[in-house]
Design a protein around this ligand. Structure first.
Ligand SMILES: NC(=O)C1=CN([C@@H]2O[C@H](COP(=O)(O)OP(=O)(O)OC[C@H]3O[C@@H](n4cnc5c(N)ncnc54)[C@H](O)[C@@H]3O)[C@@H](O)[C@H]2O)C=CC1
Ligand SMILES: O=C(O)C(=O)CO
Length: 316
């Protein structure tokens, strides 16, 4: 049984132990990076495809016909799942590997926005404190999070842990009812949640149902002081509308770890350097060594389970 790992360097910078996955197959062929137009050629002839973020299309799958795709991420929005289902290709992913890493990042972004950490740090570096008449700088409004409301969209593994950390800061947590989902007493429809919250954090997957979930209309429903945190996926939020709202001070700030296009080769409206109280990180929330090593362990389990006829973490 042969496997091809399309994007090793997107997971492993030479600091991880992949011996479990290597032992689970006869051979792994490694590519450090693969672009979408190289996928077909590289997966042809392999039963198992290991992928992280590269787009694997219906056309690739129909022609190459792998038997299994092991995604070394939780999000599987880069894989044509309908095509996999139709072609009988098993897709597995990794889950809960980086819960503490991603939750600390989401809360880290929220804390940085509330304390204006980046703005004060930049002013200190630029000598504003040296020149100040007073012992402190007070040029950006500082928000105390305790007592404020956090809205969580996607109260699953990562949303749940982020909610716990927010409660530890003294925040009250509300969570959004999934449209069409079973009504739950502790959840409120998104439209009811948005006007109430002081901060919103997104943790739902990117699917056809959630693409554009937070658009111009939804941003307009939020408090002009509210923060929005996205460590889930680019595509959940209308980026142009977000920039507009931040520039017109109709929103208090935004912390984004994910963009619609990654890397943002064609640019992105959120990368302009004059947008007030915006922090963008390069999809790094998950990237602790501990989390990445857990991915390797789950990858090995996923391949072994599937080979033994007892597949685990099956998406389709
Ligand atoms: N920035 C990063 O480094 C990382 C980002 N992610 C992203 O985070 C996402 C969530 O990961 P987990 O929490 O592990 O997944 P999960 O499956 O445990 O939780 C997702 C939750 O979202 C809910 N949901 C789906 N659609 C919804 C909607 N329209 N409204 C409200 N709730 C909705 C689901 O019911 C589920 O409870 C992943 O799909 C991935 O895109 C995951 C890991 C790292
Ligand atoms: O696990 C995920 O979905 C991530 O985005 C990190 O790769």
């Amino acid at each position: 049984m042969r496997a091809v790992f399309l994007e090793r360097e997107s997971l492993d910078r030479g600091d991880l132990d992949l011996s479990g996955a290597e032992a689970a197959v006869d051979e792994i062929v490694y590519h450090n990076h693969t672009s979408a137009d190289q996928v077909l050629e590289r997966i042809t002839g392999f039963e198992i495809v290991i992928a992280n973020k590269v787009r694997v299309s219906r056309q690739d799958l129909e022609q190459a016909r792998p038997k299994m795709i092991a995604v070394v991420a939780t999000g599987v929005n880069n894989i044509d799942l309908d095509a996999c289902q139709e072609l009988g290709i098993t897709v597995v992913n990794v889950r809960g590997y980086g819960t503490d890493s991603v939750a600390q990042h989401a809360i880290g972004l929220l804390l940085a926005l509330a304390t204006r950490l980046i703005d004060y740090h930049r002013d200190v570096q630029q000598g504003e404190w040296n020149r100040s008449a007073h012992f402190c700088l007070l040029d950006y409004p500082i928000v105390e999070l305790a007592g404020k409301k956090l809205g969580v969209v996607g109260l699953g593994t990562l949303g749940g842990r982020t909610a716990e950390l927010a409660r530890a800061l003294g925040m009250e947590v509300l969570s959004a009812q999934r449209p069409g989902g079973k009504p739950q007493p502790d959840r409120v429809p998104l439209d009811e949640l948005l006007p109430q919250v002081d901060a919103l954090t997104l943790h739902c997957p990117l699917t056809d149902d959630t693409r554009g979930l937070i658009g111009r209309r939804e941003l307009a429903m939020m408090k002009p002081t509210a923060f929005i945190i996205n460590t889930a996926r680019g595509g959940l939020v209308d980026e142009e509308a977000l920039v507009e709202a931040l520039r017109q001070r109709r929103l208090g700030g935004a912390g984004f770890d994910v963009l619609t296009e990654e890397p943002p080769r064609s640019g992105n409206p959120l990368l302009d350097d004059d947008i007030p109280n915006l922090i963008v990180t390069p999809h790094s929330a998950w990237g602790s060594h501990e989390a990445r090593q857990r991915i390797c362990e789950q990858l090995a389990e996923n391949i072994r389970g599937w080979r033994n006829g007892e597949p685990v973490r099956v998406v389709v």
